[in-house]
Design a protein around this ligand. Structure first.
Ligand code: GLP
Length: 237
């Protein structure tokens, strides 16, 4: 049985098609959708975030929801695994496992994952490769109940493994910042000291809204960039 919000999401998709709405056309308000689909505000919101995630629609704060246009699904805005991200950029992804360990959640990690301090986590550090060459250095903490250390398969995509264990990653909060990797990191990434890099910290949650991973990924500045589509908030101008 699909979730109620998924049913509403597919009815909104259908509606966009049937009414031949074009990119940037406005969708009905939340209140109208609640009345039309006979569901709560929460369900309408969940359906809309689903459609935002897939790029079908976008939100303008204080204004409403609009039909998505291609620039709103630019690379970097959709939630992807490293494997998917590399495939979409035309590379073949692989990894070199550097460390896998059982650790207790520190203050910071427990806060980010919403678990008790000391909760057992699986820590995975991988050098992530694109066409066999270093692209990023990544350390991930996953709650051990979600993925016990002995069950992690280093040859497979982490997100595929989480999905097959019933924890498909569907939402994330990310912070992107510039960093200069330290000497060990430079050596692993194959860049010289002082080279620029992009650090992406991600807390990702599953469909039930539970945070399942905290990941910190350092991408080579000379090989990786994000593209994002932006619009003016005031659409009348
Ligand atoms: C990206 C994300 C990480 C995530 C990883 C999973 O790099 N920033 O948060 O852990 O993808 O990648 P894969 O499923 O290819 O192992």
């Amino acid at each position: 049985m699909p979730h109620k919000y998924e049913v509403v999401a597919s009815r909104i998709r259908q509606n966009i098609e049937e009414r031949s709405l074009k990119p940037n056309d406005a969708l009905p308000s939340e209140r109208e959708m609640m009345a039309v689909y006979g569901v709560s505000r929460m369900t309408v919101r969940a359906a809309i975030s689903r459609l935002i995630d897939e790029g079908s629609v976008y939100n303008v704060h204080g204004s409403g929801t609009y039909v998505g246009s291609p620039e709103h699904v630019a690379k970097g805005l959709t939630l992807t695994s490293f494997t998917e991200d590399m495939t979409s950029r035309g590379f073949t992804a692989s990894s070199r496992l550097l460390e896998v360990a059982r650790v207790g959640a520190t203050d910071v990690i427990s806060g980010l994952l919403g678990v008790e301090k000391g909760t057992e986590c699986t820590k995975i550090t991988r050098l992530r490769l694109a066409d066999g060459h270093p692209m990023a250095l990544e350390t991930v903490y996953v709650v051990a109940l979600v993925l016990p250390l002995e069950e992690f398969d280093a040859s497979r995509s982490l997100y595929d493994q989480l999905e097959s264990r019933g924890h498909e990653v569907v939402r994330a909060h990310q912070q992107i910042k510039a960093v200069t990797p330290d000497s060990d990191q430079c050596e692993l990434l194959g860049v010289s000291r002082g080279a620029a890099a992009l650090c992406v910290d991600r807390v990702a949650s599953d469909r039930r809204g539970n945070a399942v991973e905290f990941a910190s990924t350092i991408y080579r500045g000379d090989r990786y960039s994000f593209e994002i589509g932006i619009t003016k908030e005031n659409r009348e101008l």
